[in-house]
Design a protein around this ligand. Sequence first.
Ligand code: SF4
Ligand code: SF4
Length: 78
Amino acid sequence: MKIIRDNKLCYGCKTCQLACSYHHTRSFWPEKSSILVLRSPLTGKIKWSINQTCDECLNEIEPLCVKYCTYQALKIAK
Ligand code: SF4
Ligand code: SF4
């Protein structure tokens, strides 16, 4: 399973980063997320990355980052 992002739909809201930290820690702790979202204050350009700590939301019903991206920018690539 791989999480992919459509950059045309992503607004850089960071909800996925928070949702992922909730999966890992059961708290909203952005530094403990597998996802990092950064927006340049100068250009507005959004950088989104996912690191190797992603465990594909083990023991969750579905990946929380995908579930809570209200803009539907994230999808599971099978
Ligand atoms: S939740 Fe969706 S729109 Fe928000 S930063 Fe993540 S991918 Fe982008
Ligand atoms: S699938 Fe789960 S662990 Fe992986 S990035 Fe998304 S929320 Fe984080």
